[in-house]
Design a binder for this molecule. Structure first.
Ligand SMILES: CSCCC(=O)C(=O)COP(=O)(O)O
Ligand SMILES: [Mg+2]
Length: 238
């Protein structure tokens, strides 16, 4: 059965919603892990890199003199515990950008994703992304997928830097305000119930992705709509 939702914007999470969790935790994290140290060493004059490294030292309470090796040890620890820390996400995003540009990385969406988002977009629904992955990483990952370059489908990208943490209502308020629509005209798709709770608290429509074999496949989505695949829902414009 297909459920039809009416919304001006559909905002999509990535990990567990568009791609398998392993696409991020295995493919992308394994790509970034050995490249973090060399990237920091090779970009001493890049203000984004130096700001991220300074932030890592600050958050991890390392001395200002802490070496790249010590910083990388912290970053690897954060990756092991999947901590969505902004400086880690910034550095990963830069590394992934290069990986996608060089053809070493390709994003594999769940098979139901591309047909659905193309149909929603074709019907006139506007599309955006809200992920813990940096905006740079998001755009790079959409530029080279097994369904082709899908960047032109998405008009806006949000991360924990330009919107805020994904489990806080204020982030969804900020996004709705940038999109310039009432919250009720936005529908958010995510596999994480706490993210849906935060979006709903701001008045967004919410849909939980309970995908087979994924970490939240058996989660309790409470009052949120729940689907197992995008094939179960149609989004049409207001
Ligand atoms: C190329 S974007 C990678 C996504 C990422 O780094 C991540 O942590 C995914 O988090 P999400 O908020 O999409 O669940
Ligand atoms: Mg997710």
């Amino acid at each position: 059965m297909t459920t039809t939702l009416t919304a001006r914007w559909a905002v999509l999470d990535i990990e567990g919603t568009l791609t398998a969790t392993s696409q991020v935790h295995v493919v992308l994290y394994d790509y970034a892990r050995p490249r973090l140290g060399p990237w920091i060493e090779e970009h001493p004059g890049d203000p984004e890199v130096t700001a991220a490294v300074t932030q890592v030292r600050h958050v991890a309470r390392l001395p200002e003199s802490a070496s790249t090796e010590e910083v990388v040890e912290v970053l690897h620890g954060w990756m092991d515990e999947d901590r969505k820390a902004a400086p880690l996400k910034t550095l990963q995003g830069l590394i992934w950008q290069r990986g996608y540009a060089s053809g070493e990385l390709i994003t594999e969406f769940f098979p139901d994703v591309a047909p659905a988002v193309r149909a929603w977009r074709g019907a006139g629904v506007r599309l955006a992304v809200f992920s813990s992955g940096s905006v740079a990483g998001q755009v790079a990952s959409f530029s080279r997928t097994t369904d082709g370059d899908v960047t032109s489908l998405f008009e806006a990208h949000f991360d924990t830097v330009n919107a805020g943490p994904k489990r806080e209502k204020s982030s969804y308020r900020a996004i709705a305000s940038v999109l310039d629509v009432p919250s009720a005209e936005v529908v958010f798709f995510s596999d994480v119930p706490a993210e849906l709770d935060a979006a709903a608290a701001d008045g967004w429509q919410t849909v939980g992705l309970a995908r087979d074999g994924e970490p939240y496949g058996d989660a309790d989505f409470g009052a949120h709509a729940k689907i197992r695949s995008f094939g179960e829902v149609a989004v049409v414009p207001l």
